[in-house]
Design a binder for this molecule. Structure first.
Ligand SMILES: [Mg+2]
Length: 367
């Protein structure tokens, strides 16, 4: 079996409402569908996500990275040659979600070639993963209403709230969400480096009474001394996200004591590098949670498959339903959160089938 070509299809799906974080505002899903074709006629799919303010990628740059570097590097290779493919592509720096999508599309192809779901090929069981709903930086009551709706209608009992601007409104937002979802729900926060270290210490000290389980990127990771002070002075464990997009970065964050948990985003580290991140965290006694790179249902299905394969990841709620913000989807069988969980499919690979009519509708060729 050989890889014959890689097709990239940029598509844009509008959001139901803008999502505001300290790092930027998202208004639409600007993604690229990646299809790896083989001489057997099988096609593996993955999704790259253009996130200029995190990875410096755009839909156009993702398409170019495949055309100029990634496709030529893997043409003619056996899609099962995981390490060889990595060896031939890992000289491409950055381009995180392009490389992540390639790795996932190859896994999907292996699943289709063997008839096995990705979670099984990765060595896991068919596990359900509890879903975390991500809440943006809206008015406290508005955000709390969204949380209680997800809680009552879909059984969602874990929430990540974006913070990192004004201390008082950040604290008020957490208080309102806790009030709305009750004492048993999990709440954690993501400041996207929006606070200084000093602001983070003040805000998180005030939030501790609302039982905040984790804080993601409280302050700039480059401020090493400030970040360590946050870790030492605040009773809420720090999770590394954009400060740890590679295994080397994650090793630095965990061994320095700056973080006690890693956000695993398969969209940026594929399955292969994500598994290495989980192994590193295991060795250092750190937690791992499935993060969202604002994935559509394609990326969410991949992330779910990875979570289902790793019990140490699946024991924590995962950010798997970001697609609820998107006004539509391009798969034939939409994922549906029931009882607060998503369950990995028995179908081969990452178990998504593309709805070609919808893809034609949302594709944007002039990127
Ligand atoms: Mg984050």
């Amino acid at each position: 079996m050989q890889i014959t070509s890689i097709e990239t299809v940029p598509f844009t799906i509008p959001y139901r409402h803008p999502v505001v974080a300290a790092s930027g505002v998202l208004r639409s899903a600007q993604h690229v569908l990646v299809r790896v074709h083989s001489d057997d006629g099988l096609v593996g799919v993955g999704e790259a996500v253009a996130r200029s303010f995190v990875y410096g990628e755009s839909q156009a740059s993702i398409v170019a990275a495949f055309r100029e570097w990634l496709e030529p590097a893997v043409i003619g290779l056996d899609p099962f040659a995981v390490e060889e493919i990595l060896e031939r592509t890992n000289w491409v720096v950055a381009n995180n979600t392009a490389r992540g999508a390639l790795d996932i599309a190859l896994h999907d192809l292996r699943g289709k070639a063997t008839g096995l779901p990705s979670w099984r090929l990765l060595g896991g069981m068919q596990t359900s993963v509890q879903v975390t709903r991500i809440l943006g930086m809206g008015e406290a009551q508005e955000v709390a209403d969204e949380a209680s709706q997800a809680f009552s209608e879909q059984g969602v009992a874990s929430f990540k709230v974006k913070v990192g601007t004004h201390l008082l409104s950040d604290v008020a937002r957490i208080a309102a969400v806790r009030e709305a979802v009750g004492e048993d729900a999990t709440i954690y926060v993501d400041a996207n480096h929006g606070w200084t270290a000093e602001q983070a210490i003040r805000a998180l000290t005030a939030m501790a009474e609302y039982n905040v389980a984790l804080v993601e990127e409280p302050s700039p990771a480059g401020d090493r001394i400030g970040r360590l002070r946050v870790a030492q002075q605040v009773p809420i464990p720090i999770m590394a996200d954009e400060s740890a997009p590679t295994v080397a970065d994650a090793a630095r964050e965990l061994t320095s004591g700056s973080a006690r948990a890693l956000s695993i985003k398969t969209t940026r580290t594929g399955f292969t590098e994500s598994a290495r991140l989980v192994a590193l965290a295991d060795a250092l006694g750190a937690r791992t949670l499935l993060g969202s790179q604002a994935d559509s249902m394609i990326g969410a299905a991949a992330s779910l498959a990875f979570g289902a394969a790793h019990p140490q990841v699946a024991r924590e709620p995962g950010e798997l339903d970001y697609f609820s913000v998107l006004a539509d989807y391009v798969v034939t069988e939409p994922l549906e959160v029931r009882g607060g969980v998503l369950t990995a499919s028995q179908r081969p690979g990452i178990a998504v089938e593309i709805d070609e009519d919808k893809l034609s509708h949302y594709r944007v060729d002039d990127v």
